[in-house]
Ligand binder design. Structure first.
Ligand SMILES: Nc1ncnc2c1ncn2[C@@H]1O[C@H](COP(=O)(O)OP(=O)(O)O)[C@@H](O)[C@H]1O
Ligand SMILES: O=C(CO)[C@H](O)[C@H](O)COP(=O)(O)O
Length: 557
């Protein structure tokens, strides 16, 4: 039988990558990465010289199209696969990464009238400047007893759709008025490929308070937030919400030419990047916690029950795999926090020594940090360099390091940061377990498990659990390629559902990380200290971090 392929495209924080996959067995035939030319725009708005305020993080939508146009033809060229052998294309995206569009579907930032206004640009998932709106939204929803809050761990995050839209309405009323639609970047790219205005149930469910049976919250909730938001859901958020694995449409003629594929090739509804990784490691049944570890970490878990778990990002029925409640929790800086240390804080001699040894600063520090036993550094950190996503859901929180002395070495601090991120994950696991949502096995995927073995061993030791590692280094793209095979359907040689696709296409590595009982015992004690710090700075009205942030804003203004 002729071979058939799908292409999964993973739109990450810094770059997008296309992966061409053989759907018979998930073999990854070719992949190609296109860095976003504009990267993450968090200091100066392009073309204007205008400085952005702290906590802003924007992107250029043209960069996403560059990924399509550069990487898709490239994987076809590298593999020699013919267009007629590609039966589907699927995308996954960071989320909530959203933008305002005009009535023709053009992002406002691409129009000369609006390009000077930061609110016209794509707000990346880690844009945290809508914290005020998120705080107010949470207060109002709580006062009104809105039942949706329980599905989001009790709080909506500043990273998500409604807070971000409300920030536009409050700070740039003209941009808000000019926006015909607000769209997730995932859905906008699908719109560009197919001409179909559809939304996917994954971003709508996790990021925009949409519920499969109840839809969006009622008008009076939005009106209570702000009269301008009154009809938001049937105007600027309109569009049919499609379940995962649906065929959003066929590739348009123009896009087919640009990408080198057949017109009409099935395009799947989009999915959040981290969520796409779940089928890609085969974790399609309850109790398997998948950690998508990169710039940030997303924790994904399936369950047969819906429970109120503190500070989770959300629980969405059928949100990852049909038939189960899909839970998401997360840490908003993981790789980013290590990168901050490596790029901003290590002394020059470390960078020079790493260069002399022909390795990256990460690898150099990892090797040296591995020489310490748990507890030997005397350091403890809170991993809140980009706020706390779970379980405190507060972007105003910031990083802490205690125990430093005149003798503290850079590799010890590096190790303390790795440990802090592991403690953050353990806290999340405990939040699930405390509510009776089972966590039986851990799976890790994303860039970090492949790059940093010490990190993974620390995670196994801190959580006291074995960690299985994805075989693919492109799990999100592989998951997107699986959903593409489902969107194509069995009639075209694809699959009828994601369980079938996962049974054939998912792989994990033979090697896993197992906890070392001696290390686990020491980490148990350190974790209890971590909890004290966590609760001191994160709960009970302690406002140290918020005050510092407020003062910084006021002094810089
Ligand atoms: N050896 C390493 N140890 C720890 N962190 C690393 C290492 N190498 C890169 N990183 C960090 O990993 C993150 C990138 O992760 P990756 O999964 O590739 O990307 P993304 O999250 O954008 O999909 C960056 O923040 C980078 O600084
Ligand atoms: O919040 C998210 C998912 O819900 C983001 O998509 C995710 O955190 C992006 O991270 P990364 O760049 O590490 O893939």
């Amino acid at each position: 039988m002729a071979r058939q392929y799908t292409i999964g495209i993973d739109f990450g924080t810094e770059s997008g990558r296309a992966l061409l996959v053989d759907i018979a067995d998930g073999r990854e035939v070719a992949s190609h990465v296109t860095p976003y030319p504009h990267g993450v725009i968090d200091e100066v708005l392009p073309g204007t010289g205008r400085r952005l305020e702290p906590d802003w993080a924007l992107q250029h939508p043209g960069d996403y199209l560059k990924v399509l146009i550069a990487s898709v033809p490239e994987v076809l060229r590298m593999s020699g696969v013919r267009p007629e052998e590609v039966i589907g294309i699927g995308i996954d995206f960071t989320a909530c990464t959203m933008m305002p569009l005009d009535a023709g579907g053009t992002p406002l930032c691409l129009l000369p009238d609006w390009s000077h206004d930061p609110h016209a640009w794509v707000k990346l998932w880690k844009h945290h400047a809508a914290q005020d709106e998120a705080n107010r939204l949470n207060e109002i929803a709580k006062q009104r007893g809105e039942s949706f809050l329980a599905r989001y761990g009790g709080r909506q995050s500043s990273e998500w759709m409604i807070a971000k839209i409300w920030q536009v309405a409050r700070e740039a009323e003209d941009v808000y008025a000019a926006a015909d639609l607000f769209m997730e970047a995932a859905d906008w790219v699908v719109l560009q490929m197919t001409g179909q205005l559809v939304r996917n149930s994954c971003t709508a469910g996790y990021k925009a308070i949409w519920h499969q049976e109840q839809g969006y919250p009622a008008h009076d909730f939005f009106a209570a937030l702000d009269p301008r938001l009154d009809r938001l859901t049937e105007t600027k958020l309109r569009g049919q919400v499609l379940p995962l694995g649906s065929r959003a449409g066929g590739l348009s003629g123009e896009m087919a030419v640009a990408l080198g594929l057949r017109p009409g090739t099935a395009v799947a509804a989009g999915i959040i990047d981290a969520h796409a990784a779940v089928p890609a490691v085969g974790a399609v049944m309850p109790g398997k916690l998948v950690m998508a570890m990169g710039t940030s970490t997303c924790h994904l878990l399936l369950s047969e029950q819906e429970a109120m778990v503190e500070g989770i990002c959300g629980v969405v029925k059928d949100g990852i795999v049909p038939g189960y409640y899909g839970y998401e929790a997360g840490q908003s800086a993981v790789g980013d926090m290590f990168a901050w240390y490596v790029e901003q804080a290590v002394p020059e001699y470390v960078a020079e020594a790493a260069q002399e040894e022909g390795e990256s600063v990460h690898a150099y520090l990892e090797k040296r940090a591995a020489a310490y036993r748990p507890g030997a550094t005397g350091l403890l950190a809170l991993d809140w360099w980009n706020g706390n996503r779970s379980v405190l859901v507060n972007a105003d929180l910031s990083g802490v390091l205690i125990g430093a002395t005149l003798l503290t070495k850079p590799e010890e601090i590096y190790r303390a940061l790795l440990e802090a991120s592991a403690f953050g994950t353990r806290k999340i696991i405990e939040a699930f377990v405390d509510q009776g949502v089972a966590v039986d096995e851990l799976y890790a995927c994303g860039g970090l498990p492949q790059r940093n073995h010490l990190l993974m061993q620390i995670y196994a030791d801190v959580t006291g659990r074995e960690i299985k590692i994805a075989a693919s280094t492109q799990t999100a793209a592989l998951g997107a390629a699986m959903f593409a095979a489902v969107a194509a359907g069995s009639a075209e040689g694809g699959y009828d559902n994601i369980l079938e696709a996962a049974a054939r296409m998912a792989h994990i590595r033979e090697e896993s990380f197992r906890p070392n009982p001696e290390n686990t015992a020491v980490y148990e004690r350190l974790y209890q200290e971590y909890l004290k710090l966590h609760n001191y700075f994160g709960r009970g009205g302690n406002s140290v971090m918020a005050s510092l942030k407020e003062m910084k804003g006021a002094v810089r203004a």
